[in-house]
Write a protein that binds this ligand. Structure first.
Ligand code: NAD
Length: 246
């Protein structure tokens, strides 16, 4: 039976060799909606269009309108919250070895986490699909103000975000590195993920099969709750600072 005993979880974290695995829920308190929550992106936009490579190739302007209206301004305004900061502190104290994230918002790095594996890429970086010239967030915002879809200043090719769309492969080596970290840790700490997007959602199972303890901090239940030693159904930004205090 999983426990919600924070002091037991604190002791496990204090021993170190922890790998954190985060999803959209860790950024919810930074004002970035999750996909599947009640106020998620899925409720307002069509994921078959803005998150799919097939649709992007057909009509890139749909993604870029979504970026211009929502994602760009969200990324500009979002600041790391106390959950991101707590994970960065735990890395600094040599308790957390790495953060494996499904998020594309870059907030772990802004908070100070050094060893971050971004399984689904980053929505703060962009490149030209023709000549591969790289663009940062302000440059992409400027480009989409001029044209939708935005165009490369060097060759006129169409720009795309450095994210993994549905229908695309994960970045080379990323999932292998994540699974290696999962196999080597003593505690696998899931924060704010529904654990339904594969292959990323396999990581906690890989960790448990290799002998790690599993802790899940998530508002809602997940499909692997039965494998966890600790489950805390509370907001990440409230729970993680408490763990640091203890
Ligand atoms: P998800 O939306 O499927 O699940 C988020 C989970 O977080 C939910 O189970 C929800 O109950 C929980 N949650 C919500 N607020 C929380 C909080 N404050 N504290 C703790 N838990 C909270 O997200 P996912 O599992 O990351 O997978 C979906 C995909 O969404 C990923 O591929 C990811 O790339 C993408 N995504 C990323 C962002 C981002 O970068 N911030 C935002 C939306 C979606």
């Amino acid at each position: 039976m999983p426990s919600d005993d924070l002091s037991g979880l604190c002791e496990a974290i204090a021993k170190g060799n922890v790998v954190a695995f985060t999803g959209a829920g860790v950024s919810e308190e930074s004002g970035i909606p999750t996909y599947r929550g009640t106020d998620g992106f899925w409720t307002k936009y069509d994921p078959d269009k803005y998150a799919s490579i097939a649709y992007f190739e057909k009509d890139p302007s749909y993604y870029w309108s979504f970026f211009k209206d929502t994602r760009g301004p969200l990324l500009h305004d979002a600041k790391p919250n106390s959950a991101h900061i707590a994970l960065a502190e735990l890395e600094e104290k040599s308790k957390v070895n790495a953060v494996i994230t499904q998020n594309i918002d870059g907030l772990h790095q802004v908070a100070g986490s050094q060893n971050v594996i971004e399984l689904h890429g980053s929505s703060r970086a962009f490149h030209c699909m023709k000549c591969r010239k790289g663009y940062n967030l302000p440059e992409a915002e400027e480009a989409v103000e001029k044209a939708n879809p935005p165009i490369c200043t060097d060759c006129g090719g169409i720009l795309r975000p450095d994210i993994v769309f549905f229908g695309e492969m994960l970045p080379p080596g990323a999932i292998e590195k994540a699974f290696d970290l999962a196999r080597q840790c003593s505690l696998f700490l899931v924060v704010g993920s529904s654990l339904v997007v594969y292959p990323a959602a396999q990581a906690p199972v890989v960790a448990v099969e290799a002998g790690a303890e599993l802790a899940i901090i998530n508002v809602d239940p997940t499909p692997v709750d039965h494998l966890a030693k600790w489950i805390v159904h509370e907001k990440a930004g409230e729970v993680l600072p408490k763990l640091i205090e203890e």
